[in-house]
Design a protein around this ligand. Sequence first.
Ligand SMILES: [Zn+2]
Ligand SMILES: [Zn+2]
Length: 246
Amino acid sequence: MLRYGIERFEMSHGPFGEFSTIATSYVTSLVSNGFLARNGWSVNRDDKESAIWLSGTLCHDTALQDAQTNPRLLDLRHSLESHLIEKSDVQYFESTNSEDDHYCAHKKWESLMLVCDTIYGVSSVKCTECDGIVAIYRLEPSSELASRLWSWDSQYAAIDACWVASGEYELWAGNELFDIKSKLNKCGLEIAATMTHEMDCEVRYFLPTDEGVRHISCPQCGGHFQKIHTPQYNAICDKCKIVTQH
Ligand SMILES: [Zn+2]
Ligand SMILES: [Zn+2]
């Protein structure tokens, strides 16, 4: 079950506008560094009480606490804290509509899968052993890899939205999503290969299929698939590390 966090900051002195800007950069960094889900985060401002609430779905059980010690977020955190009366107040709730989702509790991984979470935008990395969500920050990616992942994930979600909307861009978006040779999938495969190298663990790439379409052989190398059984896919090409429906 996913959790939702709300962090409240109460300010001691002005100007409130500056504080509000720092709080917004802090929360956007939480999202791009993989602490909070891409979808559904918010910054709410209460001018009367000089307070701000940051909220979003956590990408791991301890995501907001972990963020307090992450070197990339410490500077922003310090700027926030210099404006505060006392320590911020954090509350956690169970996130709605997430009964089937869970966090991976493993600390080391033999194999991971790159798959965009187009619905909640929690994390584009899953553990293949327990099928749990692995928050990006837990993988301690280099800043270059983190920003490539963030950019790919956001573009994937936007293209998926074009496909779901069934409008003018449906055909183009469908090609981007389902054709292994598309720019989007080429970029995803390159990221999976970099992750495999940087994280010293196998990173597979999920290729979705259009309804009713099944791949007879690996769309990348034409080789035979090995069978595996999960709700989302049933085949893997051991050479290309592509997982899909056979
Ligand atoms: Zn796991
Ligand atoms: Zn292949």
